[in-house]
Design a protein around this ligand. Structure first.
Ligand code: DGP
Length: 145
């Protein structure tokens, strides 16, 4: 039978080797095996949520605390002064490992790092008013857990 655990859970549990950079009760961070630039780091909650919208408040809080600290250390270790943090959810949104993770990607002076088109458009204000109202309403009701 196929192992239901994600590859990141196996890394966290020490069954698959990695270049670990940080660990606490709720968080694990290690270098990406396919780095976009030197120091490309993945910050992963130990909780095996598949996507960010499924993550518990406790893990979200721990990630929020860890990201700036880990980013600072990655910058210092690589000599980069700029970086991207990116987090993908769903296969069409470029997620390939279905265990929440944040990429910290140093932007090097020679251009190495994240490159992508943002595909911007102009906001439709009527649509914007409707959507922001709908999101506000959803956020003001108690979380369903
Ligand atoms: P994403 O596309 O956002 O799901 O990114 C998944 C990343 O995980 C991708 O950049 C490569 C990395 N990755 C996949 N398998 C392994 C592994 O076994 N070890 C390490 N260190 N990184 C991995």
């Amino acid at each position: 039978m196929e192992d239901p655990r994600s590859i990141f859970t196996m890394i966290i549990q020490g069954e698959i080797p990695c270049h670990k950079v940080y660990e606490d009760d709720l968080i694990f961070a290690f270098l990406d095996i396919n780095p976009s630039s030197p120091g490309h780091t993945l910050v992963v909650p130990k909780e095996p949520a598949r996507s960010l919208d499924e993550l518990s408040d406790d893990s979200a809080q721990a990630i929020g605390r860890a990201l700036p600290r880990i980013s600072k250390a990655v910058l210092e270790a690589t000599g980069a002064s700029e970086f991207n943090v990116i987090q993908n959810n769903g296969p069409n949104a470029f997620q390939s490992v279905f265990h929440v993770h944040f990429h910290i990607i140093p932007k090097m002076e020679d251009g190495r790092g994240l490159t992508f088109p943002f595909n911007p458009s102009s906001i439709d204000h009527e649509d914007g008013a409707r959507l922001s109202s709908s999101i506000r309403d959803l956020l003001s009701s108690p979380p369903s857990q």
